[in-house]
Design a protein around this ligand. Structure first.
Ligand SMILES: [Zn+2]
Ligand SMILES: [Zn+2]
Length: 440
């Protein structure tokens, strides 16, 4: 029997001995949902699990993040296992917190349990691994109401709207070489899938400022901000087919008159756009189109427009060499699923940000019912969503760090160079912008 096979048997036995407790932890987190950057109780629950393993635990990273380090017998690469702390803002969900509207409609509860479970297994075998394992609970994957980030950061000390960007900014990934996160899949999906790419996203808010006037007696004295905003929306729609097919651009917008009454010309109106694309160039192109459209609306009506752009997520591309190892181990645990590899999904994740800095893998588990972010979504089978991922996460770490960490070194070699953290932060800041435009 190879070293890795023997260590996997050991780790697996420890996880299975604690399977009921791992499932109960996933259920417990699901029943106590919290919103991004405010997941204090969830972070404490996760920290308590790591305490029991005797690990030194750091808390309060990017407000609520939790991190512990498990060291092997000698130096080597560092693999992070990540779980997300936050729930979705979805007050209509049956398990929503009545005070905050938070509900685990994205299944992040199972991620934390899978990381805690993998840690239990790995704690038995770390003395035979070459390298380090970081266990990390990350805040605020769901961007939620992006609009609130435009005027003032809603949380003290937070610069970016998503947790992993903040964790990168505060140096929480400085010692990490690669990262894995198992997300629960959609209801009716396969028990395991890997290798999907996901869109990036930016939010643009255009606030049109006109002039109010009596809508009946003297409308010519007004400047109709709502018509400027609808003109901008038409100008945006006119550009939809100008985006290259392979950029997978999606544009969703909300239009609102802020001070409208039927009796007066609206003086303020807002067009808010979520632009998504599978590549950074596509995101830049979509943001440029929104910006032109906003200026065009203002120009047509003689209004002034204030345009704020905020980068939400960078697109996700996972590392095939890392996906291969996770897939092999997952198939050993759950059997072959026949899932298609390498689909492109329209949703976003801040694992995309991390993937610009290091090799990442972002597989999906089974165990949930309903569609992500909908009122019927929840993890139902915690074994499929938490215990099975705990096993293949532990097995993957063993393949990466056993025998001189040959596996991890090969992943790093095949993934090639990535951005440095300062380069990533500069890109993120360059893609956010504030401008006031008015026809001279
Ligand atoms: Zn989500
Ligand atoms: Zn999610």
């Amino acid at each position: 029997m190879s070293t890795a096979a023997r260590l996997k048997e050991h780790a697996c036995a420890a996880i299975e001995r604690n399977a009921a407790e791992i499932e109960a932890f996933s259920e417990d987190v699901m029943r106590h949902p919290e919103l991004g950057f405010a997941e204090f109780a969830t972070a404490a629950r996760f920290g308590a699990r790591l305490d029991r393993l005797g690990l030194p635990v750091r808390t309060g990273l990017a407000r609520t993040g939790v991190k512990a380090v498990m060291r092997g017998r000698g130096p080597g690469p560092c693999v992070a296992l990540i779980g997300e702390l936050d729930a979705v803002s979805l007050p209509a969900h049956p398990l929503a917190d009545p005070a905050t509207g938070a509900a685990h409609a994205c299944g992040h509860n199972a991620q934390l349990a899978s990381v805690a479970g993998a840690a239990l297994g790995l704690s038995e075998v770390m003395s035979e691994l070459d390298g380090t394992v970081v266990l990390l609970a990350a805040p605020a994957e769901e961007m939620g109401d992006a609009g609130r980030y435009f005027d003032t950061a809603p949380h003290e000390g937070v610069e970016f709207p998503v947790g992993k960007a903040e964790l990168l900014r505060v140096g929480a990934f400085d010692d990490v070489d690669m990262a894995l996160l198992v997300h629960s899949g959609r209801g009716g999906g396969p028990r395991f899938s890997v290798g999907d790419s996901l869109n990036g996203a930016a939010v643009v808010r255009a606030r049109f400022h006109g002039r109010s006037a009596h809508a009946g007696s003297s409308p010519w004295l007004g400047v109709n901000a709502l018509k400027a905003a609808t003109t901008a929306a038409h100008a945006l729609d006119a550009q939809r087919e100008t985006f290259p097919d392979d950029h997978d651009v999606r544009l969703n917008y909300l239009l609102s008159g802020d001070d409208g009454t039927l009796g007066s010309v609206p003086a303020v109106a807002t067009l808010q756009v979520m632009a998504r694309s599978r590549c950074t160039d596509g995101l830049r192109g979509a943001v440029a189109a929104v910006t032109r459209a906003a200026r065009a609306g203002a120009l047509a009506l003689g209004a002034r427009v204030e345009i704020d752009t905020l980068l939400g997520y960078l697109p996700l591309t996972s590392a095939p060499a890392l996906d291969d190892i996770v897939e092999r181990n997952a198939h050993r645990v759950v059997g072959a699923t026949g899932a298609t590899r390498g689909r492109h999904l329209g949703a976003c994740t801040d694992m995309g940000d991390l993937g610009h800095v290091m090799p990442v893998s972002h597989p999906y588990s089974g165990g949930a019912v309903g569609g992500h972010h909908s009122v019927d979504y929840r993890v139902e089978d915690h074994r499929a969503a938490a215990v099975e991922p705990a096993r293949y996460l532990a097995d993957t770490v063993i393949d990466l760090l056993a025998d001189g960490a040959f596996g991890a070194r090969r992943v790093l070699r095949e993934a090639g160079p990535r951005m440095s953290v300062p380069e990533y932060l500069a890109l993120r800041r360059a893609m956010s912008n504030h401008e006031i435009w008015e026809d001279a």
